[in-house]
Design a protein around this ligand. Structure first.
Ligand code: FES
Length: 361
């Protein structure tokens, strides 16, 4: 039971902003947390106010963020952090804005998923979870396109549903087609809500069980797209799902005469590094020098060396793995760009060494 009531703790938060440069955050947060979990210098703690299941495998948590929360545009994602057996773990989710400043987060249970499994089994009303500020490129355009096409796979539905809800709240959806992919029917979340949306043409595509009337079998392909959405080339498209799915969408759009496509993936790509040469990795704060290689990310190599760098998405979007590189040449695996600047900030999950590297780890 917090020592301070929630309205009082939240009323104090805006008054802290001018003090951020003057107070030591770790010390303030330690004592603030004793008075109320949301009394933090800048971290956003969100209270779980409701939980429910959507489909067989998606847990929906309704969260009330503290007043440090700067809001969310439909389609953006946040890094959500929870502590499991004393270790902080971060994952990215796409919340959906609700009335009254609340947000809803859909968490699909992943096979063997540590964080999703923990939240499904243990997240309870009244608990506090840390969330980062909203980020992401998957945004509802202004003005909204006249014709659009949404491609969702699995939990990729949540940012797209968020965009649909926002567009509906503005008036009407316009001419929109949603191809919603999943292995099994019962794994698909929010289907009832989607079916009830006026003007939405929803097509369920199943890849792991026999189809019923009105459903389509098989994965996203050029032939399937031509069959289901003959005017796909005229539509502004948005795709969200695991990396393999968004990569297929990207390839289709590159090969065809389509209008533009915006994609967001919630799983990391398989980074391709042409050479795999030995290098030396120095972890300065840990006082260790170990053999590394150019063919892997600095995050996975640090983990293999027994270090536990903070991380979340493992794909370069949440910034949780940000680290100081003291010296050495590194490659940004998304762009291929090599950087040799001393004392630069890098993201360990999307960076590979090109030569010997010294890290502030
Ligand atoms: S873990 Fe999210 S940016 Fe590296």
């Amino acid at each position: 039971m917090p020592l301070l009531p929630s309205p009082f703790a939240n009323a104090v938060l805006p008054l802290l902003r001018p003090l951020r440069g003057w107070l030591r955050e770790d010390v303030f947060d330690y004592y603030g947390r004793i008075l109320h979990p949301q009394l933090q210098l800048q971290r956003v703690l969100a209270r779980v106010v409701a939980r429910r299941m959507e489909g067989d495998s998606t847990l929906v948590l309704t969260l009330a963020p503290s007043r440090h929360w700067q809001g969310l545009a439909a389609g953006q994602h946040v890094a959500l952090t929870t502590e499991i057996r004393g270790v902080r773990h971060t994952r990215c989710y796409s919340p959906m804005p609700q009335s009254g400043g609340l947000i809803e987060v859909g968490i699909k249970r992943q096979p063997g998923g540590l964080v999703s499994g923990y939240l499904h089994d243990y997240a309870k009303v009244g608990q506090y979870l840390e969330i980062g500020q909203a980020q992401g490129q998957l945004l509802l355009p202004e003005p909204a396109p006249a014709k659009w096409l949404l491609l969702a796979a699995g939990s990729g539905i949540t940012p797209l549903l968020s965009m649909l809800r926002a567009r509906l709240a503005q008036g009407s959806l316009g001419d929109v087609v949603l191809l919603y992919y999943g292995r099994r029917r019962r794994e698909l979340a929010f289907v009832e809500e989607l079916r009830a949306m006026p003007g939405l043409r929803l097509q369920v595509c199943l890849t792991g069980e026999p189809i019923q009337d009105g459903e389509t079998a098989g994965r996203l392909s050029a032939a399937q797209l031509a069959l289901l959405v003959p005017d796909a080339t005229e539509r502004q498209a948005y795709a969200c799902g695991a990396y393999g799915f968004t990569d297929t969408a990207n390839t289709l759009w590159q090969d065809g005469a389509f209008a533009s496509l915006v994609v967001e993936s919630f799983s990391p790509p398989n980074w391709q590094v042409e050479d795999d040469m030995p290098v030396q990795l120095t972890y300065q704060r840990s006082n260790r020098q170990l053999a590394g290689r150019t063919g892997g990310t600095l995050l996975e190599q640090a983990e293999a060396h027994g270090l536990k760098p903070a991380h979340g998405c493992r794909m370069g979007i949440c910034n949780t793995c940000t680290c100081h590189k003291r010296e050495g040449a590194v490659r940004d695996l998304r762009t291929g760009k090599i950087s040799m600047e001393p004392d630069e900030t890098i993201r360990l999950c999307i960076t590979a060494p090109v030569g010997d590297v010294v890290l502030d780890l």
